[in-house]
Design a protein around this ligand. Structure first.
Ligand code: KIV
Ligand code: ZN
Length: 517
């Protein structure tokens, strides 16, 4: 159903799984998309754009599975202005009672001439035809005028009026190339309210890219001018410089209600967990000074600031760490904690694992507790992430010994279980990581190249777990694998093996190259 515009509510439309996934290297498996979708639903976003069903079989399956999984959140599928795209989106969205088709076409002279090779009149007709056709499948239709910020205003107003007449309940104004400035964008939104006669029958939405670092500022300027839906992604993930960051939009609205007295349905305490999940799955690290979710976002280093904070937190803190779900690293369990205490802790942290996954995580927890003095919530999250991301694996990590140091060559002795059989190999390399990865190559020969190798410490201290991300690429397809362990080399081997398993699944599902919007 088309949502009735609520003057005081800003609809949060999350496109991490569609526009975010279009970032080179950020591709996700179906299982990972389902985890992110579940997290976003818990976070209370209103609409999840789950993919572009016509673009690839994988996107179709993702939209369909997410449509089956979600209970309250509206699920949206993207479609160009063609019957084929719209039919595919409608088919994928069928399992959901809360579905939206989002159809788009470019309206700027540059895009119409060079990309679409269409005359403006034909584009206008395509707007009417595509929205009308999409409405034959659902009464929740969103229409976007791609490259709106470089479009002629008269033409834009005319297309928007026709899209609303044809039944679009949401009109999205994308700044596709991140070109606009806040004052210009707010003026554009005001022009639409003044000149499109039926604009009150739709929700005006904005979708800003971050090429000039202004995606969030532009989105908020548009909200100030009357827009009531913002399209955004977790951590600002997205092509080139990314999209408007969901956490920044939501927290700006929560923190500055004095200037923008509007609400969102977001449960902001989930923000830190969502950010961590998206970053771990995609391998896109969050810069330490990133607003809201960066490691330093709530850290006060300067003495004068610390002094002020001790006297009154409000002196240097405009929002509390707790409001974004950031808690002091909590010492949770120790080596004597039993099964029951561990189950209770997982429940309290919102994890619901099946029996097999629980047993594996519990075994890893006991091993970790033997090697690490203090176990924090972050350690448990890393263990669960590591386990849940595992799925069905043809290759399993068994053991690793590495000899390293200033006199080489560094040597790795590795055991892997491949298709149920334990095999071992030794390899030397330029450093312990190289030796470890060479040993994997010996046991399971493959052509993939290493695109990314990244390590970060889960908590403070020299006995902290290392969380490693490995990105492999083969024939234009890339996959990410993550691994966690107190031993960085073991975490590296686990991450590589996980990426390799995903690559095998991708090879099996191999399909023609995907489209992107
Ligand atoms: O940036 C853009 O214009 C888009 C549209 C498909 C909404 O992503
Ligand atoms: Zn976009």
């Amino acid at each position: 159903m088309n949502m009735k515009p609520d003057k005081n509510k800003v609809v949060i439309f999350d496109t991490t799984l569609r526009d975010g996934e279009q970032s080179p290297g950020a591709s996700m498996t179906l299982e990972e998309k389902l985890r992110i979708a579940a997290m976003l639903e818990e976070l209370g976003v209103d609409v999840i754009e789950a993919g572009f069903p016509y673009a690839s079989k994988g996107d179709f399956e993702a939209v369909q599975s997410i449509a089956k999984q979600l209970k309250n959140t509206t699920v949206c599928g993207l479609a160009r202005a063609t019957r084929g795209d719209i039919e595919r989106a409608a088919e994928a969205l069928k399992p959901s009672d809360n579905r939206r088709i989002h159809t788009f076409i470019s309206t700027s002279p540059l895009h119409m001439k060079h990309k679409l090779k269409m005359e403006p009149n034909d584009v206008h007709q395509a707007v009417i035809d595509s929205v009308t056709y999409a409405r034959s499948f659902t009464d929740n239709v969103e229409w976007s005028c791609e490259d709106a910020t470089r479009s002629d205003h008269d033409f834009l107003c005319c297309c928007i009026e026709s899209a609303i007449d044809a039944g679009a309940g949401t009109i999205n104004i994308p700044d596709t190339v991140g070109y606009t400035l806040p004052m210009e964008f707010s003026k554009l939104i005001s022009i639409l309210f003044e000149r499109v006669p039926n604009i009150d029958k739709a929700i005006v939405s904005v979708h800003c890219h971050n090429d000039l670092g202004l995606a969030v500022a532009n989105s908020l300027a548009a909200v100030d001018a009357g827009a009531r839906q913002v399209e955004c992604t977790v951590n600002g993930l997205g092509e080139r410089a990314g999209n408007a960051a969901m956490e920044e939009i939501v927290m700006a609205l929560r923190t500055r209600g004095d200037i923008l007295p509007l609400t969102t349905g977001a449960n902001t305490e989930m923000i830190t967990r969502a950010s961590h999940l998206v970053s771990t799955i995609t391998g896109f690290v969050v810069q330490p000074n990133k607003a809201i979710v960066g490691a330093n976002a709530f850290a006060h280093e300067a003495g004068i600031h610390q002094d002020g904070m001790l006297k009154h937190a409000g002196t240097y803190e405009i929002m509390t760490p707790e409001s974004v779900g950031l808690t002091q690293s909590k010492l949770v369990l120790g080596k004597h904690s039993g099964r029951h205490a561990f189950i209770e802790k997982l429940k309290e942290m919102g994890f619901d694992l099946g029996d097999n996954a629980f047993q594996e995580v519990f075994t890893r927890f006991k091993e970790l507790a033997d090697r690490k003095k203090d176990i924090f919530e972050e350690d448990i999250i890393a263990l669960v992430d590591d386990q849940v991301a595992r799925g069905d694996q043809r290759i399993k990590f068994v053991s690793l010994q590495v000899i390293c140091g200033s006199t080489g060559p560094q040597k790795a002795t590795l055991e892997l279980e491949i298709d149920g059989e334990v095999k071992s190999a030794e390899a030397t390399g330029d450093g312990p990581v190289d030796a470890t990865f060479q040993a994997i190559r010996k046991l399971f020969p493959h052509e993939a190249t290493l695109q990314l190798y990244q390590v970060h410490a889960v908590t403070k201290g020299t006995d902290a777990q290392a969380e490693v991300t490995v990105r492999l690429e083969e024939k234009g397809k890339s996959v990410n694998g993550q691994g966690a362990d107190v031993d960085t080399m073991v975490a590296s081997a686990r991450a590589y093996v996980k990426a390799l398993n995903k690559l095998i699944v991708k090879r099996e599902k191999s399909a023609p190259a995907a489209l992107s919007a």
